[in-house]
Structure formats: C-alpha cells, structure tokens
Design a protein around this ligand. Structure first.
Ligand SMILES: NC(=O)c1ccc[n+]([C@@H]2O[C@H](COP(=O)([O-])OP(=O)(O)OC[C@H]3O[C@@H](n4cnc5c(N)ncnc54)[C@H](OP(=O)(O)O)[C@@H]3O)[C@@H](O)[C@H]2O)c1
Length: 430
C-alpha cells in the first residue's frame, strides 16, 4: 500500500463529525479504492472541550485553525467551517498557496470566491474540490464535470434546498400555513433557528451559481441570481396548483438564452410530468440537459451528516488517486464572463394569485388589466376566502413575456379592487 494521504480537518460540526465517522467505518474499503489509506492527522474547531460523540483523542488538536495548512505533515486541508468569508476562505487561500489540496463543503465561499480560488489552485498545481457544496450527497459536480463533460449544457435546474422542499411538501400534504410548518420544522431540528438563508432562497442561489458556472463554462456570477424565497407561498397557492395539475417547488434554474445566462431561484409551479414534482420532503434533485445525452435526473439527500460526508470523502478519494483537474471543468481562464439576461426576458406561462374585493365587476376589471398588458388567460379559479376579507383568484396565463405580466401586476397594485400584494410564480413547462 502506498503512503497515506494526510488530512487536516477544520470544523467538527455536523459534516466534520460525519467525515470522521465515515473514514473510520469504511477505512479499508476506501484504502483499497484509493490505493492508499486516508488518514486524519490534525483536527481543529472552536471549542476543544465540546463532546462531539466521536473519539478525537487519536488526532492532534490544533487551536489555531488558520495554521492548519502550514504543517509539512499535511497533504490536504478539509474546510468544514462554513461562511463566505472569514476563517474559511483565509484557511483555503493559505492551503492553496502552500500547494495543499483543498476539499470543502462551503457553497457560500465557492459562490463568492470560487473563480479566484480555482485560478489559485491551478497556479499552485493543486486540487480544489467541492462536491458536498451542491446538493449534499448527490454527486452532481462529478456528473457534470466528468460524466457529461462531452455535452453542451444549456439548462440546469433543481430543488436545491431541502428545508424549503420539506416545508412545501408538508404544506401540500397537511394543508397547513407556511409559518406553522416552519415553526414545526424548527422544533424538530429540520430548519435552522435562523432560517433566512434557506427560506429566502440564498442557500439555493449559492448552489445554482456554482452549477451554472460548471455547466455553461461561465464565470461564477452569484450577484446575478434573481432570488425569491418561499415566505409568500400560501396554502391556497398549493391547493390552486394541485387543482391545475401542478406542485409548488422552490426551483433554482439556470439557462442559456441567446448569448445571456438567466439564473433564478423562485417558487414555481411544476407540472406532474416533470420529475421535480415527485421530489418530496427534504430531498434534493438536479436536472441537467445535455445536447447529446439528453435529460439527466439526480435525486438524493442534499444535507445531513452521512450524505455530506459521503461527498467530502469522495473528493478525498479522487485526490488520493491523483485525480484532480480544474475545479470548474476547464481551466479558469477559459471560463467566459457571459452577461446576465434581463428580468423581463423570459417567455412562458405564469400563475398569478390575487386577493380581490368580493364585488361585481372585479373579474372584468382584472381581465381588462391583463388584456391591456398583452396577457391572455388560460384558466381562472376563484376559490376560498382571503384573509383581508376578499376572495382569492388564481389565474394561469397563456405563454407570454414576463415583462407583460409585470405590467399587469403594476396595474393591479394601483387598483382598489386588488387587496394585498399579487403573488406571481413561473410555470415550469418542461
Ligand atoms: N450540515 C449539512 O448538512 C451541510 C450540507 C452541505 C454542506 N454543508 C456545509 O458544510 C460546512 C459545515 O457545515 P456544518 O453543518 O457541519 O456546520 P456546523 O455544524 O455549524 O459546524 C461548523 C464547525 O466549524 C467550527 N467553527 C466555526 N467557526 C470557526 C472558527 N472561527 N474557527 C474554527 N472553527 C470554527 C465549529 O466549531 P465548534 O464545534 O467548536 O463550535 C464547528 O465544529 C458549511 O459550509 C455548510 O454550508 C453542510
């Protein structure tokens, strides 16, 4: 057996502890697959005294996490601290500069600094791997970077946040309101005490920006991801969607249209014919469409100790085997700075939910506003009593420009018949 690959592990929380357990349990199998043992040498976190339910006495504890990369007896630094900036990125920069391999699960850091880090790793001739950063245990980075590498990919999309999917499917199954399901999810530990990154779509946006770069050969452009979370999704939207043959999912979608890239994270109506509609609970799923391979669909656990550790250790096995290669599937100087599409550019069908005054003539007024904006109605449902005393109206448009729908919404906002903010969702027609 060859010499071991020596690891410094930074961060011993959910994922870090999972990596220790996995390397223990599958030690022999991993050594056979890698051609050499993978051994943790150094560990570091904030609180040395914290009981993590794992035996850390065999490893050398280092108080100063930032110094982990400085040691000569370390080949790879595994960064499992988290955060887009601060100690995580400082450690990764230092590791790369010293020619160490890096494995990270940190999507926020990769979305913000991925291009810089990839370029630095290439210059240093070392590996930067981040399978766990997107969709946890689903090997989607490897699939796009390697398995589908021969294809032009013009669209990649998916359910990239398990907390949101759990909330939406609970709302769907139990007919409960968003706030009630969120509270219950927090009580059960499925949602963070501060769920902002999840439910406002930011976590999914980080992952989408990484996927888009990898799929399209473009520079990561997190700032251009248009992001709407699930706070405004009401139980009535889910009921309307079901009546119309759809399910509501928080979808991250990146596509190339002409010479522009559109990146969006937002709640969508997904037709029952699309595999994403069947993805329930905290599962994640990703669809990538290649010009030769066709539609690829991946589903699995997007978070949690086991699945995330599985992805981290798969990256370590690659490095142990000497399989590195450029982080974003091509040398970073080949990634192109492709511009972002305009918000109103999308053509498609739309779902619009309004709370309107329960008066005669309101439907005619709405129809006129839509007609004036150039939006034609495919179907309309009037269902249930709205909170503000009005009634709910759900409208599905025929295919039209998003800018036209937005124009209609502007008119609706100015109308005294429309109570509260209209809710707009894209319909995923593929
Ligand atoms: N959890 C998941 O399911 C999942 C899935 C995919 C990706 N990820 C990503 O994996 C990374 C780790 O997530 P996690 O859930 O394992 O987080 P976590 O449970 O909060 O653990 C974070 C670890 O980092 C340590 N840490 C925090 N600040 C530090 C600092 N300034 N210096 C040194 N150590 C520090 C903590 O130390 P103490 O324990 O001493 O406080 C803790 O051990 C994040 O980037 C996350 O986005 C997580």
């Amino acid at each position: 057996m060859n010499s071991p690959l020596r690891i410094a592990l930074a961060g011993l929380g959910t994922v870090g502890a999972g990596v220790v357990k996995l390397l223990d349990e599958n030690r022999d199998l991993i050594a056979r697959r890698s051609g050499r043992p993978i051994e943790i040498v150094l560990v570091s976190a904030r609180d040395r005294m914290r009981d993590r339910g794992i035996d850390l006495g065999r490893f050398e504890w280092v108080d100063d996490t930032s110094s982990l990369a400085d040691r000569d007896d370390v080949d790879v630094v595994v960064e499992l601290i988290g955060g887009s900036d601060g100690p995580a990125v400082a450690l990764v920069r230092s590791a790369i500069a010293q020619g160490k391999g890096v494995v990270t699960a940190n999507k926020a850091m990769m979305a913000h600094h991925g291009l810089e880090l990839a370029a630095a790793a290439e210059k240093a001739g070392t590996a930067l791997k981040y399978e766990a950063a997107v969709a946890g245990g689903i090997p989607i980075i490897k699939a796009i970077r390697e398995g589908a590498a021969a294809n032009r990919i013009d669209r990649v999309y998916g359910i990239l946040n398990g907390t949101c999917n759990y909330i939406l499917t609970e709302m769907e199954e139990k007919g409960t309101a968003f706030a009630d399901v969120l509270g219950e999810a927090q009580r059960l530990g499925y949602a963070e005490a501060d769920p902002t990154f999840d439910i406002d779509g930011i976590d999914a946006a980080h992952k989408l920006a990484i996927l888009a770069s990898l799929a399209f050969g473009s520079e990561i452009d997190f700032a251009s991801v248009r992001t709407t979370g699930i706070r405004a999704v009401a139980a009535t939207d889910i009921a309307h969607a079901a009546e119309l043959g759809f399910r509501v999912r928080l979808v991250g979608l990146a596509e190339v249209v002409g010479d522009r890239i559109h990146q969006r994270v937002h709640p969508c109506l997904v037709p029952l014919t699309n595999p994403l509609s069947k993805v329930t609970g905290s599962l994640n799923a990703v669809v990538a469409e290649g010009n030769f391979v066709g539609r690829l669909f991946f589903e699995g656990r997007g978070a949690g100790e086991g699945p995330t550790a599985s992805a981290v250790v798969a990256d370590l096995i690659d490095i142990a085997r000497g399989e590195a290669g450029p982080a974003f599937a091509m040398p970073s100087h080949h990634l192109e700075p492709i511009g972002a599409g305009e918000a109103g550019d999308r053509r498609g069908r739309y779902y619009l939910r309004l709370s309107v005054a329960d008066e005669t003539g309101v439907l005619a007024e709405l129809a006129a506003m839509l007609r004036d904006a150039g939006v034609s109605i495919d179907s309309l449902i009037q269902r249930g009593q709205a909170d503000a005393g009005g009634v709910f109206i759900a409208i599905v448009s025929h295919e039209t420009d998003e800018s036209a729908v937005r124009k209609a919404i502007e008119a609706m906002r100015a109308s005294s018949s429309v109570l509260g903010e209209p809710m707009l969702m894209h319909i995923l027609d593929f």
